[in-house]
Design a protein around this ligand. Structure first.
Ligand code: CUA
Length: 312
């Protein structure tokens, strides 16, 4: 708990101060312009007050330099704010490749978290300090929004697709996690905490707990077998479905001649709605797995397919 009153939440991620700086810059600019306009109104109202009934003012024909000044100066200010904002936005929403992957599922009314090593938690998210963390998120039911004010980061968590955010915690401790999208009667209880730990403590925490759990990739591989995926998707091109070896992150040619990037959303769609996009040279014979796979299992199968892509 912060002891002194603070106008803004504490700063606990590497770009938190940049978000604040931009915000404060916009507040200051707004105050300057609002103050300027009101001061000008007051000054001009007094200066050009009608002093007698028969007073006739001298006509004013305008001033090109003045008009150029009040157009060009604010243009540069506005474009400055725009470029600062755009730059920050791109850095905020594009995760560095070395980021640690963690998976988040929102449901009414809780946050479920899976770490790649297999550890799971609910309404808590343990992360190491000083390392970029990438969250891949989806929802089981309605739209939620993952919001950590101290990190200045927020992103909607949407059913039927994956959204990602990333951050790098710069301060040890516990920070509020909120759902920032009204999602039903218990929306206000859909809260949790992010626990930022030293990397060593995080490793200990990951390996702690009951027994040795399987990693997400192992769980994905197991279900890939159990669901019978591998009877068609063999590791060679001899299967009835395309081989999934090395496909992740690359474009694939479809039957209709278009190309699609093999990413989380494409793989997800191909599992739940296989007829949507058929790979060139294959038949639309795959059954849907809609309703048979939980969001957790989908993420595990995705990490398994990703691991096949990396294994070259
Ligand atoms: Cu989930 Cu509000």
């Amino acid at each position: 708990m912060p002891t002194e009153f603070s106008f803004l939440p504490e700063l606990a991620s590497t770009f938190a101060w940049q978000v604040d700086a931009l915000y404060i810059l916009m507040v200051v600019l707004t105050i300057i312009f609002t103050g300027g306009v009101f001061a000008a109104i007051a000054y001009l109202a007094i200066k050009y007050k009608r002093r007698s009934d028969d007073e006739r003012p001298t006509p004013i024909l305008g001033s090109i330099p003045l008009e150029l000044a009040w157009s060009i100066i604010p243009l540069f200010m506005a474009m400055g704010v725009y470029f600062l904002g755009a730059d920050l936005y791109f850095r905020l929403y594009r995760a560095p490749t070395e980021a640690l992957d963690i998976y988040v599922i929102g449901k009414q009314w809780m946050w479920k978290v899976q770490h790649a090593e297999g550890k799971r938690e609910i309404n808590e998210l343990h992360v190491p300090i000083g390392q970029p963390i990438k969250l891949t998120m989806s929802s089981e039911d309605v739209i939620h929004s993952f919001y950590v004010p101290a990190f200045r980061t927020k992103k909607d968590v949407v059913p039927g697709r994956y959204t990602t955010i990333w951050f790098e915690a710069s301060k040890l401790g516990e920070f509020h996690l909120f759902c920032a999208e009204y999602c039903g009667t218990e929306h206000s209880t859909m809260i949790g905490k992010v626990i930022v730990m030293e990397p060593v403590d995080y490793q200990n925490w990951l390996s702690g707990g009951s027994g040795k759990s399987e990693t997400m990739v192992q769980a994905g591989e197991r279900q890939f077998g159990q669901l019978g995926c591998e009877t068609c998707h063999k590791q060679t091109s001899s299967g009835r479905g395309p081989s999934l070896l090395g496909v992740y992150g690359k474009p694939v040619l479809l039957e209709n001649g278009s190309e699609v990037m093999v990413d989380e959303d494409y793989l997800r769609e191909s599992i739940l709605n296989p007829q949507a996009k058929i790979v060139e040279g294959y038949k639309p014979i795959m059954p849907t797995f809609q309703g048979q796979i939980s969001e957790e299992s989908l993420l595990q199968i995705l990490t398994y397919i990703q691991s096949l892509g990396a294994a070259e």
